[in-house]
Ligand binder design. Sequence first.
Ligand code: BDR
Ligand code: CA
Length: 315
Amino acid sequence: MPAPELLIDTDPGVDDALAILMAHASANVVALTIAAGNVGLAHTVGNALNLIDRVGAETPVFAGCSVPLVFPADDAGFVHGADGFGDTGGLPSRRTASAEHAAMAIVRLAKERPGELTLVALAPLTNIALALRLDHALPTRIKRLVVMGGAVNGRGNTHRAPAEFNIGFDPESAHIVFSEWPAFDLVDWEACMRHAIGFARFDDLLGSGDARARFYTAISRKAHAFSLSHERSGMILADALAMAVALDPAIVTRSERHHVAIEMSGHLTRGATVVDWDNRLGQRANANIVLDVDRHRFEELVACALGAREAPPSR
Ligand code: BDR
Ligand code: CA
């Protein structure tokens, strides 16, 4: 299978960074469009430019929305560091973001390359919702959408227990995308927890000696400590898992198609992803919910991004 052409909407962020390294190791990355989320937009854009420096690519970076569509939301700097990269205070890139807004860039690129692009959504869905408002036909122009977001059984990772961060940060945008995009792959937080990579194994991969691994060791130190202090079973690499699904659809070993809606108003449940597991409402299934992936293949793709092995054979 030829390597996919990727358009990545992202808010780097430690796990976004790994996903972006993975993408550049095994696919053609057409652009990064950047949202606020894990930290503010100035940092997420700066981090994206910094990553492009690291991989030595010419991938264009487009800055997008600095706030959610309707209500303000708290970022996740307590996990990713106030700068989004573990408070490493890296040198600013000499590159700059393109002048075009991220939402406009998504619309334009999809029109220029109809049916070719895989859109990988690793951030709150603000830019993509706005792009959908600018172009209702966007889903017909995109080959495939993979979304990292949600908690399909209500075990989220935010202060509203059932909400996962990307959806909880901007539920209105998530609602627009989930209700208007006819079919997408959903990699939710609970799948990411099930596919955590053990700390010892991840340390092995980071020990490759490659410059990308040294960089990733530095930026992930704070997230690593957070994971240990929260008694996680290993490193939960949410965006990296979604990227693996985008790079290699055959990695999915179990999935189910269901209708998923977004709760926007619940005092305790705002941002929850509500799955109609038994099709009680008779609504069209919009989400292909990824339940299991081939762990070995996932680790191979991560290892390759960190220089711990050669590019895995494509299949
Ligand atoms: C998602 O939220 C962000 O903190 C991560 O980068 C990931 O996209 C996980 O809930
Ligand atoms: Ca992210």
